[in-house]
Design a protein around this ligand. Structure first.
Ligand code: SAH
Ligand code: SF4
Ligand code: F3S
Length: 470
């Protein structure tokens, strides 16, 4: 009998556990990867720490998309250098790891610039974390692992831990596709994540069934270019995202499906018809357009025009008239004129978005656009961003206000700050709160009468019947 079992739970709970803290920057794919890093360290005896102070390992899972995102990492490393020194003074060890897209992009350079780092591991290598941790911490230079291995990272990762999935609540991310072959001229992703790779259908279904068993009701499928998905099906042929969504919709317990992020070029007919036919597929689509000017779209190598984008939206709306649309925009791309920018505002007025993310163009090392002439002055970018965001906010506020009086199924996923308050999401991904509701609604979908729409959220009350839908 194992010692821990003989001495009983009271004593064995005093056995000190090793702890890992992962701080996540960037996109949802990094959120998924961070969870998997914790899962991959669990068999080594590591549990999640609540703060870097109590951790034996701190991993920064980083984002390289814009300069600001990447710079944050170095200020955090400055803090970790102090923490490492404090711990060393107490005779304790701290392993510092940098994962994600900055690790991939900077590798050796980071090793020189930030000697506090022990491990530099790219997004396609973090399944080797246990081995890297075992090899690290002898005071030598950082171990750098940033190859794009041909082996499948996903095959080496354990299934998501059931207990942790339960604790994370009824919504989960599931990465089905990695990397990007599109090479938009502003973007680092093809360089940091590598070329497109799709996981086989069977693996995704297995992971989704595991999530459903652990109480997950809503799955968001992730990929840098998720609708370029072409994973192998049971017949050994490439499956489309539309086909995958239909298969996932058959899993009992999964009530809602979403996917992000899509490229307009890959919105094929099968995916559009899934929006009409798959009831569990939520009426919300994030479809980045970046600009409304054909000249800029061409310089960006987006492979679509404003008109083709608008046509795609019309087809999606024909399939699912209540679809809520979201997008990404970049202002101040090199060479963007006032007329180009106005064309973006026109596109926004025509399409109408319920939600959007907008950014000032940030030149990224190694990308073609960064070395173009005609870089736009910072104050021009700032001014355009303000105008763009004012229009987008108007549209999202109008949409939220238009929801008042409607009954919406809400998936409740957490408690609010006030006693009795519960928070959840509408089918259109709006945050919804109710001031009073039974605790057992958490993890379930119930109809809510929307009373008021705010800038970024909705308030409502449980519908009379209080009938739980799922
Ligand atoms: N794969 C997705 C998203 C990639 S990154 C897509 O194809 O749309 C998320 C968003 O960051 C992009 O849509 C873009 O709007 C923004 N972005 C990417 N590179 C940028 C840069 N160099 N400067 C400013 N914003 C950028
Ligand atoms: Fe970047 Fe373009 Fe690929 Fe999106 S499609 S990840 S913006 S290169
Ligand atoms: Fe950032 Fe990498 Fe995601 S650059 S947006 S973390 S793919």
């Amino acid at each position: 009998m194992a010692l821990a079992a003989r001495i009983g739970p009271a004593l064995s709970s005093h056995v000190p556990q090793k702890k890992i803290f992962v701080k996540t920057y960037g996109c949802q794919m990094n959120v998924y990867d961070s969870e998997r890093m914790i899962d991959v360290m669990a068999p080594e005896g590591y549990v999640e720490a609540a703060s870097p102070e109590e951790a034996d390992i701190v991993v920064l899972n980083t984002c390289h998309i814009r300069e600001k995102a990447a710079e944050k990492v170095y200020s955090e490393l400055g803090r970790l250098r102090e923490l490492k020194a404090e711990k060393a003074a107490r005779g304790e060890k701290l392993v510092v790891g940098v994962a994600g897209c900055v690790a991939q992009a900077e590798g050796e350079e980071m090793r020189r610039r930030a000697p506090v780092v022990d491990i530099i591991v790219g997004p396609q290598n973090y399944h080797h974390l246990p081995d890297l941790v075992a090899r690290s911490g002898n005071g030598g230079p950082a171990i750098v692992e940033t190859e794009f291995p041909t082996e499948d990272k996903f095959e080496s990762l354990p299934a998501p831990d059931r207990r942790k999935t339960l604790a994370r609540g009824p919504t989960a991310f599931l990465t089905i596709q990695e990397g990007c072959d599109k090479f938009c001229t502003f973007c680092v992703v093809p360089y940091t994540r590598g070329s497109e790779f799709s996981r086989p259908v069977s693996r995704i279904l297995d992971e989704a069934r595991g999530l459903a068993d652990a109480g997950v009701r809503e799955i968001t499928l992730l990929g840098q270019n998720v609708n370029a998905y072409h994973g192998e099906n049971a017949k050994g042929r490439p499956a489309t995202l539309g086909a995958l969504l239909r298969a996932l919709a058959d899993i009992d317990g999964i009530e809602r499906l979403r996917y992000t992020t899509s490229h307009p070029r890959d919105m094929d007919e099968e995916l559009i018809s899934a929006h009409a036919q798959v009831e569990k597929l939520m009426p919300y689509l994030h479809l980045p357009v970046q600009s409304g000017s054909d000249r800029i779209l061409d310089l960006m190598n987006r492979q679509h025009t404003a008109e083709t984008y608008i046509e795609i939206i019309a087809r999606i709306r024909a399939a699912r008239p209540d679809i809520a649309l979201s997008s990404d925009f970049i202002v101040g791309f090199p060479g963007e004129t006032e007329a180009d920018f106005e064309a973006t505002l026109d596109l926004i007025r025509e399409v109408k978005f319920v939600q959007a993310y907008s950014f000032k163009y940030s030149p990224r090392p190694g990308t073609p656009a960064s070395t173009r002439g005609e870089q736009i002055a910072e104050e021009v970018k700032t001014e355009r961003l303000h105008r763009l965001q004012a229009l987008l906010s108007e549209q999202s506020e109008a949409f939220n206000a238009s929801c008042a009086g409607k009954v919406m199924p809400v998936l409740f996923d957490r408690r609010g700050r006030a006693p009795g308050q519960l928070l959840g999401r509408s089918p259109y991904l709006q945050p919804v709160h109710i001031d009073a509701g039974p605790d057992d609604l958490l993890g379930r979908i119930a109809p809510v009468i929307i009373e008021q729409g705010f800038a970024n959220s909705l308030r409502g009350r449980l519908a009379e019947s209080e009938k739980v839908i799922a």
